[in-house]
Design a protein around this ligand. Structure first.
Ligand SMILES: Cc1ncc(COP(=O)(O)O)c(C=O)c1O
Length: 488
């Protein structure tokens, strides 16, 4: 295919040039109806290109095949058989992928370090999760994706599982041995879904971790807005092999997706693919070189430890690492990541990616350069100089890995939709959670509907919130009370 083409962008240009006049949504009609104060902030271009996908970008029957061609170009560019654009984030894509592999009450193996959107998928679908333990780094209090051996053991115990889902890279940038996990699945004739929300850039440089399609995954979901040049909410599903039918995946997406997809999102996705095909190698040559320098400089700051492959990769740890995710341990200062992140935003207008009880992280992308890196380094050096004043004396009580794995006492769907009550957190021990309790970011639920709560996890959440952790999905976001299943 001609990868220099960008069908969505070209159709949008043709729409403007031919002077199409909408008597359709969106009601702002290319911004003419939008409040000038809104246009002043968002810019006219946003409204001008916010057009309907059918009877707008393409005609009523989509006879121009604009979207199909853009998706086919994406598939070819990344070595997938099919690609589908989604405008509802990987939050929707991952649910669609799950629903195309398992149905209500069927089993799906899922790494327990899954993002909350996966848990939402379990709640909505009634799929029965078989949790696969991540590889816990007990010393650093961090989870890496489960090993192939852990999936193998789970399949042995649950031979009726319909497939497996693994998250890689994790929000901390660590990657699993996907080829080995795919082999475990395929030996049983079932598909592997990869939540590669953080990996949209992986196909475009040989020195980045292996891309899921190259590793043999069946379905892989990426958020192009996270590491790529997509607009927020842009996501792509990629599909290969014959274990998941494209029409099934499409019908599941249709079930959950919007009937008003954003052409702005499609256009940016289309442009990203062309940019990567033409310039991806050079852009990531530069980004990786910059990441190497920035990592070394941060590691040299007193009290900061930048985690590299030596810390994160090994036989019982991760298989690889995306060096663009710069994970910095600041536990030597006894300052939480929450406090440090807040201080950096206040004092240096720097916004960080993940902040947890002992770490902060800075995400670099192809968009960074020496100037943005210098701003980061200056701010981090200043943080080091002020670390002493940032101690709160309120440590987060992080449980050992063995206590973080809760018993799944009920189906997530049953616990979420059944009778519930709100109880003080001190009385929630031993009760079955009826809500997700997710420190965000990174967005991995500490407890989820159907899990039996224990004291350690409750203390972790309470002490975490006291120290600055955000638990946005809880009914009581301060975690002083917890929504639990009302049991007879
Ligand atoms: C691992 C993982 N999967 C899925 C998602 C959901 O992606 P999106 O924000 O594009 O909906 C996220 C978001 O942070 C994530 O970290």
């Amino acid at each position: 295919m001609d990868q220099s083409k960008a069908p969505v962008l070209e159709a949008l240009t043709a729409y403007h040039e031919s002077g199409q006049i909408p008597f359709t949504p969106p009601g702002h009609k290319q911004g003419r109806g939008a409040d000038p104060r809104v246009r002043a902030v968002l810019g006219d271009a946003v409204f001008r290109s916010d057009v309907l996908a059918t009877s707008g970008l393409d005609d009523r029957t989509s006879s121009g095949g604009v979207l199909e061609e853009a998706q086919a170009l994406m598939a070819e560019a990344v070595g997938a058989e099919h690609a589908f654009f989604s405008t509802c984030g990987s939050s929707l894509s991952v649910k669609s992928a799950m629903l195309s592999v398992a149905g209500p009450h069927e089993k799906l193996l899922v790494g327990r370090d899954a993002h909350k959107s996966v848990v939402s998928g379990l709640i909505l679908s009634g799929i029965r999760p078989v949790w696969v333990d991540p590889q816990w780094d007990a010393e650093r209090h961090l989870a890496h994706a489960p090993s192939a051996a852990a999936f193998e053991a789970a399949f042995r115990e649950h031979p009726d599982a319909r497939g497996a889902l693994v998250t890689t890279p994790t929000p901390y940038g660590t990657c699993s041995d996907l080829a080995a996990i795919a082999e475990v699945c395929h030996r049983r004739g079932v598909p592997l879904i990869v939540d590669e929300a953080w990996g949209a850039h992986l196909p475009f440089h040989p020195d980045l971790p292996t891309w899921a399609m190259d590793a043999g995954a069946d379905v892989c979901v990426t958020s192009v807005h996270k590491m790529g040049s997509g607009l927020e909410q842009s996501s792509v599903f990629h599909l290969q092999g014959d274990l998941v039918r494209p029409e099934v995946l499409k019908s599941r997406e249709d079930l959950l997706g919007t009937t008003s997809p954003s052409v702005l999102v499609y256009a940016a996705l289309d442009g990203w693919r062309r940019q990567m095909v033409e310039h991806g190698k050079a852009l990531y040559d530069d980004a990786l070189a910059l990441a190497g320098q920035v990592r070394a400089r941060i590691d040299g700051i007193d009290g900061m430890r930048v985690h590299g492959r030596a810390d994160f990769c090994g036989p019982d740890l991760a298989a690889d690492l995306d060096p663009l995710q710069i994970i910095i341990d600041i536990s030597a200062w006894e300052v939480t990541g929450y406090r440090a992140a807040d201080w950096l935003r206040e004092r240096h207008r720097i916004n960080l990616h993940v902040a947890d009880h002992r770490r902060i992280s800075a995400q670099l992308t192809h968009a960074d350069d020496a100037d943005s890196a210098a701003v980061l380094l200056t701010a981090l050096s200043d943080l080091a100089a002020h670390a002493g004043s940032l101690r709160t004396g309120r440590p987060v009580e992080v449980p050992p890995p063995s206590r973080l794995r809760l018993e799944q006492a009920a189906l997530p769907r049953d616990a979420f939709f059944g009778p519930t009550e709100q109880v003080p957190w001190e009385e929630a021990e031993g009760r079955i959670a009826a809500e997700m309790l997710t420190p965000y970011p990174p967005g991995i639920p500490a407890a989820l509907p159907g899990e039996r709560l224990d004291k350690e996890v409750l203390r972790y959440l309470r002490s975490g919130v006291e120290a600055g952790m955000v638990v946005p999905d809880a009914v009581d976001t301060e975690a002083k009370s917890i929504r639990v299943v009302r049991e007879r």
